[in-house]
Ligand binder design. Structure first.
Ligand code: GLV
Ligand code: MN
Ligand code: MN
Ligand code: MN
Length: 398
């Protein structure tokens, strides 16, 4: 049995170097070597905590305190993967805090009246294969197994191939309703990705809802030609339509009161002296109002169509409202404010599947996330561990 604070610090130190880039940010993409190291670390922590490690058909790792087959489980946890040059906290804080909460409950002599699972969700960010929360979406059947197997990364490697390279059998990939049937509730602790808690002046908050959000792919087709010998009038430059669409997306989003981001682009042939023959741009749109998000995307699609571009939806997550009873219970128990978020989470996917779910947010002093500058103070993180331990204790008969 370890001291929860020492365990938290040790786990944080273990994870710090894994997948760290020269920028100070993290590059921890699903089913890569770095991801493998993180999964091995999680398996080692499960063993060290005396938790039984299982894996579901989507590749999510579950560390069980108590006999899973009894059912009625409380699940906690988050993810270990990152966006390109992500921060240290988005994901890992929830996993590390969950393990430390187990330590805290054990130190307090708590005997849970139901099984507790700490989950490490696979591929939450979708940084490599494009679909965020892929692990929880596959698990719940919200992402079809055949479609998942065929997803390609930027090098054209399919998810099925990546699974084979990682020593896994992609034919086994799929939903796992039997396992989900054993879970009664899910609580995900996560660093806040905005400044709501700074405004409230408190370290901990409870999640109420997630904005509707989605990802779309835009394809602009041109014709490659020589940068020095092709007159401007003779060019068919795929970059122009793309550039205009980036500006449109910004303008249209402002008009609809939502946010739109075009943060990823692929240019072909990607030569400084070649006119772009194809530009693929990815669009992320979110907002509090679902109809406004939909209208914004429709307007961007229309503008793109005028430039002969095609727009394809890659993923869509409608408004998610966390379980009001569970959210209220946690807010009362922890005397914490309730707040919504524009960030997606596996908690949203489990909630959409009908599992009563809520979240605990930990204050982020700058609100910055998906950046190496993401931060949370250690005291606030420890307050998060304590809050999670209290929540888990209360939800498991304490
Ligand atoms: C993932 O963190 C997302 O909200 O995009
Ligand atoms: Mn994230
Ligand atoms: Mn996250
Ligand atoms: Mn997320």
């Amino acid at each position: 049995m370890s001291d929860p604070v020492a365990a938290f610090d040790a786990a944080w130190a273990d994870l710090a170097p894994i997948g760290r880039a020269g920028t100070g940010g993290y590059r921890r993409y699903a089913w890569t070597r770095e991801d493998h190291t993180l999964r091995e670390w999680f398996a080692g922590e499960a063993a060290r905590h005396g938790l039984d490690l299982t894996e579901d058909r989507a590749g999510n790792q579950w560390a069980w305190w108590g006999d899973a087959t009894r059912g009625g489980a409380l699940a906690i946890g988050s993810h270990l993967d990152s966006v390109p040059d992500g921060g240290a906290f988005d994901g890992p804080l929830g996993v590390v805090s969950s393990l430390a909460a187990v330590d805290a409950l054990r130190a307090a002599g708590h005997t849970p009246d139901r099984p507790i699972a700490v989950i490490n969700f696979a591929d939450e960010e979708g940084a490599r294969f494009g679909i965020a929360c892929a692990g929880s979406r596959i698990l719940t059947g919200q992402l079809d197994a055949d479609r998942a197997r065929g997803l390609r990364d930027g090098d054209g490697i399919t998810l099925a191939e990546a699974w084979r390279t990682a020593g896994r059998n992609p034919d086994a990939l799929g939903a796992d309703p039997d396992l989900l049937g054993l879970v009664d509730r899910f609580v995900e602790l996560h660093v806040e990705q905005g400044k709501g808690l700074v405004e409230h002046g408190v370290p901990i908050g409870i999640g109420s809802d997630i904005w509707p959000h989605g990802r779309w792919r835009l394809e602009f087709v041109g014709e490659a030609n020589h940068a020095g010998t092709t007159a401007l009038a003779d060019r068919h430059d795929a970059m122009l339509g793309y550039a205009e669409t980036v500006l449109d997306a910004r303008r249209v989003a402002a008009g609809h009161g939502v946010v739109a981001t075009m943060g990823k682009v692929r240019v072909e042939p990607n030569g400084v002296n070649a006119i772009p023959s194809r530009v693929t741009g990815w669009l992320d749109v979110r907002g509090a109002d679902e109809a406004a998000v939909t209208a914004c995307v429709a307007a961007i699609a229309e503008a793109a169509a005028r430039r002969e571009a095609t727009l394809t939806r890659e993923s869509w997550t409608p408004t998610t409202r966390f379980d009001t009873a569970l959210t209220g219970k946690l807010a009362d128990l922890l005397d914490a404010p309730v707040l919504g978020t524009g960030a997606g989470h596996d908690a949203g996917i489990l909630a959409a599947h009908g599992i009563p779910t809520s979240m605990i947010f930990v204050r982020n002093p700058t609100g910055v996330s998906h950046s190496p500058a993401e931060h949370a103070e250690r005291d606030d993180c420890l307050a998060g561990v304590e809050a999670l331990a209290r929540a888990v204790g209360a939800l498991t008969g304490g």
